[in-house]
Design a protein around this ligand. Structure first.
Ligand SMILES: [Zn+2]
Length: 269
């Protein structure tokens, strides 16, 4: 755990005395990808922003997901629900939105003009409560409604794919569709560069010496651009650390030069 600076390392707002900083602090590497270092050198506003906008990028980035998959395959089920999936109904060719819940693919509930789309296991709760709303004006008494819906559900369970069960009394029919060609919706992939920028800002503050942090502009080109990319998603400038702990002065040789670049393809190692 780190609490060594007086000001927020991202927005430079004055922070309470280290002993008075409450809560869990900020995970330097998000918890959802097994991060455990925590920092208290960050203000509440910056933490909120990262929580809402940045920390979840880890589980929307295919490279990070692949890395997690190779390191902790048992955790994959907790991570995949962050992607959306598309599918087609095998018989009507209708586009369907899916998501992953644990090991299962589920259909996202949706209301179209004349019908509801949902997974089988959502029929009894989600489906029936929607049907009751639709039938509200028809004034069926509760017992009739419950009995008819129960009967309809039992009939539905016996259907083969693309067959239809019907309640003439309620004027409702249910078709057993089949989702196929399920594929990840690539629009749900996100670049992780603001998250990488956030992690790098933390590391620079904790790994490099005070001398560098106090004179950051002299040692690190475009450091502010890195902070702004983490905080606001601003365009990032080429970012170079011109510092070697082996030399007291701002002097380096190629061999000792550390350069961290953030490009479109971001990997966490
Ligand atoms: Zn701040």
């Amino acid at each position: 755990m780190f609490a060594i600076y007086e000001k927020c390392i991202f927005c430079k707002k004055q922070l309470p005395h280290p002993d008075d900083r409450k809560g869990e602090g900020e995970h330097i590497i998000p918890m959802n990808i097994k991060g455990f270092w925590r920092s208290y050198d960050i203000c509440r506003e910056c933490m909120e922003y990262f929580k809402d906008n940045v920390d979840n990028l880890s589980v929307k980035n295919v490279h990070i997901i692949n890395a997690i998959n190779s390191l902790f395959p048992e955790d994959l089920n907790k991570i995949y629900p962050n992607f959306k999936y598309n599918a087609k109904d095998k018989f009507t060719d209708e586009n369907l939105e899916m998501y992953r819940r644990g090991n299962k693919m589920k259909m996202k509930f949706s209301k179209k003009e004349k019908h509801l789309n949902l997974s089988d296991e959502d029929i009894k709760h989600l489906g029936f409560s929607e049907i009751k709303k639709i039938l509200k004006d028809k004034n069926f008494d509760d017992t009739t409604l419950e009995e008819e819906l129960e009967k309809l559900h039992n009939d539905y369970l016996k259907l083969k794919d693309n067959e239809i069960a019907q309640s003439e009394k309620l004027g409702i029919s249910m078709r057993k569709g089949l989702a196929h060609d399920i594929a990840i919706d690539k629009n749900s992939f996100k670049e992780a560069s603001p998250l990488i920028a956030k992690i790098v800002v933390f590391f620079i503050n904790y790994i490099l010496s005070d001398e560098v942090i106090l004179n950051v502009d002299a040692y690190i080109e475009n450091f502010q651009s890195l902070i702004n990319h983490a905080r606001f998603g601003d365009k990032i400038e080429k970012f170079t650390i011109n510092y070697s702990p082996l030399f007291k002065e701002n002097h380096y040789e190629k061999f000792h030069r550390a350069q961290i670049e953030i490009s479109d393809e971001v990997y966490i190692v």
